[in-house]
Design a protein around this ligand. Structure first.
Ligand code: BGP
Length: 514
């Protein structure tokens, strides 16, 4: 890895820009972007049975299932009550956002050409597990699925774009939820490892940067999406124990995936990926400070484990104090210790305030979270608090803690955009990025953080994970599709498109021009 160095320019000042080879780019995930939900032999993933909504819970997003007696039922999308014998069901009169999403499946050449026009150095995408193993437990992979990603990676390399690939971004096959117990089931490790073996072998010359599990810490907040865990299938068990057991399986799987990827290509780099929930104490009361520290640990415990290759003492203490009995096989801890990740990647959207006693305090939405409102910072249309300095705080915290290269693989502003005369005047998005990029710069040049790159979330409009809306838009590229999939799916450049292009071509130094 290259180190960040301060370069004195010929005018004797400090060079304003990011290090050479900085991975500027954009990020997506198959289930929110790809579409083609049954094309090319693909199977149903857990998101493919989740229905759409109009956002803000006006129409709840639900999961459609066919029950053992042949009747159909829509249940809570977090999968809290899936009866035995239920099978996934796709109702033809219902809208499922993942089915078409942004239709990258049919637009990949056009989209990658647009990314190249912006000058992307890196493009983050996930491989949809169900394209390779439609049900997760087949003996042989699906060649058509493998071929699709071959074409996508070739297209990226045509323009010198380095793919950054997430192995699992909320896309386990639904079969693993209904006929196994999701990630609680130890057998799922073997199925995942088989999938990893296939993809890291097939793409060893095309993919150099891998992420194992997207927002690995999120299982505690949404066990269905991240772990394929359905609460009522664990009746009589402590569900927190179930979650940490499933987490243990993901830790072992992540370490084995790192091992395999390195064996296939010794030059490749494998990262963990966490939700950077940056907590501030709401007041300077020691109780609030302690609360913030404890809440921080509740996300750090995952990256601590993946970076240091062992469970931190505070997590083992939690297991002991809460009587959580996590079953580990003989070599699990050895495997985790032997194959830690090479770099640390994370998503960052906002910071959150916390207090020991939050009764009566105003709350707001955060990424998969509810936070106390911070009176000093603004919020997005969806209530997520906008805090560029929080990004610097996050970078410094992570680098001080791990001393591993960092990669910001998600950040951005979900906003309501208006297409007028074939473009969107999204100055608000430019302002958001501008402020965040300056703080990245400060973290590199003032705090010595080793930052590898930055891929903005949803560089082209895609389906929101939390609300399933298309109208929560993050992209530099507008896609003409609404929350129910109506539209031409035509792509339009927003104002931010040219702005980001200029940032990349000047490697960030334009941010400092008058
Ligand atoms: C992260 C997920 C992404 C993405 C992003 C934005 O938690 O990794 O999949 O969706 O958040 O969230 P949303 O789509 O809910 O606005």
């Amino acid at each position: 890895m290259k180190m960040n160095i301060i370069i004195i320019n010929d005018k004797g000042g400090i060079q304003m820009g990011f290090k050479e080879g900085f991975f500027w780019g954009g990020a997506t995930a198959a289930n929110q972007y790809e579409g083609g939900y049954l094309s090319g032999g693909k199977g149903l993933a857990i998101q493919d049975v989740i229905t759409g909504g109009d956002g803000r819970n006006n129409i709840p997003r639900r999961m459609a299932l066919k029950l053992a007696d042949g009747s159909t039922k829509f249940i809570d999308r977090r999968g809290t009550e899936v009866p035995d014998g239920a099978v996934p069901y796709v109702d033809e009169n219902t809208y499922y956002p993942s089915h078409v999403a942004t239709d990258f499946y049919h637009h990949y050449k056009e989209d990658i050409a647009l990314f190249a026009e912006m000058g992307f150095k890196s493009f983050r995408l996930s491989i949809n597990w169900t394209r390779i193993f439609p049900n997760g437990d087949e003996k042989e992979p699906n060649e058509e699925g493998l071929k699709f990603y071959d074409d996508v990676f070739d297209e990226c390399h045509k323009y010198g774009i380095e793919p950054l690939v997430t192995m699992s971004h909320y896309e386990p096959p639904i079969n693993l939820v209904l006929n196994y117990d999701g990630w609680y089931d130890r057998e799922v490790i073997d199925m995942f490892i088989k999938y990893v073996d296939v993809i890291t072998d097939r793409y060893k010359d095309k993919v150099k940067y891998w992420l194992t599990f997207n927002e690995v810490d999120s299982m505690i907040r949404h066990p269905y999406t991240t772990g394929g865990l359905v609460r009522d299938r664990f009746e009589g068990k402590n569900f927190t124990e179930v979650i940490f057991q499933a987490m243990h399986h993901q830790f072992v799987a992540s370490a084995l995936a790192t091992k395999i990827a390195h064996e296939k290509n010794p030059d490749c780099k494998v990262g963990c990926m966490l939700t950077k929930l940056t907590y501030y104490p709401y007041t300077c009361k020691p109780e609030d400070v302690l609360q913030a520290q404890q809440d921080m640990r509740s996300t750090y415990c995952y990256s601590d484990t993946q970076v240091f290759g062992e469970y931190p003492a505070y997590l083992l203490t939690k297991f002991k104090n809460e009587g959580l009995n996590i079953k580990m096989e003989e070599h699990d801890l050895e495997i985790m210790k032997k194959y830690p990740v090479d770099f640390v990647s994370f998503s960052y959207y906002s910071s959150s305030c916390v207090a020991k006693d939050d009764a009566g305090l105003k709350k707001t939405a955060a990424n998969t979270n509810i936070a106390i409102k911070n009176p000093y910072i603004p919020s997005s249309d969806w209530g997520w608090q906008i805090d560029p300095i929080g990004l610097r705080v996050s970078l410094v915290d992570l680098y001080d803690r791990y001393r591993k290269p960092l990669f910001i693989v998600e950040n951005g502003l979900g906003a309501k955009d208006e297409l007028v005369n074939g473009t969107v005047d999204d100055q608000y998005r430019i302002d958001y990025f501008d402020a965040h990029f300056r703080e990245m710069y400060n973290a590199i040049y003032e705090d010595g953080v080793d930052l590898m790159g930055y891929t903005s979330w949803g560089c082209i409009d895609l389906v929101s994970e939390s609300t399933k809306q298309m109208s929560k838009r993050y992209g530099f590229i507008y896609v003409d599709a609404d929350d129910l999939g109506n539209g031409t799916y035509k792509r339009y450049k927003k104002k931010s498109f040219d702005w980001y292009k200029h940032v990349i071509e000047t490697n960030g130094s334009c941010l400092f021009e008058d």
